[in-house]
Design a protein around this ligand. Sequence first.
Ligand SMILES: [Fe+2]
Ligand SMILES: [Fe+2]
Length: 251
Amino acid sequence: MERPIAYDKLAREDRFVRMRARETSELRMAQGLPPMADLASRESIRERMHGIFVGELQAMEGAGRTVYDFPDAPWEFTMDMARQVWDESRHVEIYMDLLEHMGGHIGEFPESTILWRCACAEDAAARVAGVNRGLEGLACDVFNQLIHIARKIGDPIIEQAVDYVLADEITHVRMGSRWLNELTKGDPHRRRQAIEFQDTIDERFNLGGVRQDGAHDEVSISIAREARKLAGFTDEEIERLVKSTQRSPVY
Ligand SMILES: [Fe+2]
Ligand SMILES: [Fe+2]
């Protein structure tokens, strides 16, 4: 069966603005801003929240696509992905409300399709490794940090809303670990390829040194060791990620 891979065909209302991530970073740097919004001010938190909002939208679309793309996968796999669509749709609503809470609106900042493109791997095992372990692992880092920053600036609405979303993301990572193992049982070559795909995603989302092992209010994205452990990452995997961030060139 032919399956359309429509990288650029995501349905959006006119108020959304599409731009390549590289172009957005270049424009930011030309204005003397860091390549990506940090969490140092309410304004930059609002921008980061907009990025998370479109990320949740694409996570919902990606999980929906996975339900559709692999009709021969085990039923429990399809059920988990369908459940994830539902979770991500709630996250979209939560971040829409948080954006409003911050005085922002949809379309205030550009949307890139970088997350969606990662959700288009041809193999189901690579997709759950890359999306559920790579990208949802990144979500654990970002949300955990946001919770700490919200606590620090005294905003219980952000703190509690994001804590609720983080709990879901932890279950999504766990789903990814389960299905990476089950789908590649007895097929070490497929497993290795899936893990290599996850490594390329982890590397890309180290964002040239933006993600680091550091204090929540000192680095742009801090690695959430405890949340990652809850999500089922081993100590060895966490150390490997920390090492890979040290290899990434700084912008
Ligand atoms: Fe989410
Ligand atoms: Fe998720």
